[in-house]
Design a protein around this ligand. Structure first.
Ligand SMILES: CC(C)(COP(=O)(O)OP(=O)(O)OC[C@H]1O[C@@H](n2cnc3c(N)ncnc32)[C@H](O)[C@@H]1OP(=O)(O)O)[C@@H](O)C(=O)NCCC(=O)NCCS
Length: 193
């Protein structure tokens, strides 16, 4: 699948993207709230890219590079699909120099159009560290609703961590300006799960 907006587009990563991905993911500001990183070696970016094809095939994860003028600027996509319940989890990270640039807004508009229009989902969930106030604020200003905090949801480096849960339902998305963003979707994704 390829998803195109006016300034940004989403496509699957290939090994040719590994050097740029390594650069973006080797910044500790970017990976501060993540279970991984910062990248120390390009091989870590290569291994991440290599894992994506199979996860896509298994219907588990649909991850894209975010590109502007052909340049990789971040990663976004969907994971934790439930086909029965027509929901998935959205995630995004951008290179530090692209924070506050509008890339987050457009890339979210692209993923949500794909999720609700092309994949027929009914709910998209976003999970964030409760300390990641920037991420939570960014989600809320786009129309995501903060539902609460799950205690001890996952373990990072041996320490249990809480997670903030935000959601956007299809009908909520339809009422946001994000649904008006022009999006062109090429190809399709069928889950074998
Ligand atoms: C999360 C991320 C994708 C958001 O993209 P972004 O371009 O930085 O977000 P935006 O600039 O659109 O929105 C951020 C909002 O948070 C606000 N904000 C920033 N720092 C804040 C703080 N300390 N407290 C409260 N609000 C804050 C900004 O003012 C802005 O809101 P506004 O435009 O209404 O003023 C990006 O910051 C990123 O990649 N971070 C690192 C990876 C990450 O944490 N990903 C999310 C995992 S859940």
């Amino acid at each position: 699948m390829v998803v195109r907006g006016s300034a940004y587009s989403l496509r699957y990563l290939t090994q040719d993207d590994a050097p740029a991905l390594f650069q973006l993911g080797s910044d500790p500001d970017v990976t501060r709230f993540f279970s991984w990183g910062p990248y120390r070696e390009q091989a870590e970016a290569e291994a991440f890219i290599a894992s994506l094809g199979e996860q896509r095939e298994r219907g588990e994860r649909l991850e894209f590079g975010i590109f502007r003028n052909g340049r990789l600027i971040g990663i976004t996509g969907l994971s934790d699909f439930s086909q029965r319940d027509r929901r998935a989890v959205i995630g995004t990270w951008l290179g530090r120099s692209h924070w506050g640039s509008g890339a987050n807004r457009e890339s979210k508009a692209l993923v949500l159009a794909m999720a609700f229009r092309a994949l027929g989902l009914n709910r998209v969930t976003a999970l964030a560290s409760p300390q990641n106030v920037r991420s939570i604020a960014a989600l809320q200003r786009l129309g995501f609703v903060h539902e609460g905090v799950l205690r001890g949801w996952h373990i990072h480096a041996g320490t249990p961590r809480d997670v903030a849960v935000l959601r956007i339902l299809r009908d909520e998305w339809e009422r946001t300006p994000l649904a008006e963003v022009p999006v062109e979707i090429e190809g399709s994704y069928s889950q074998r799960k």
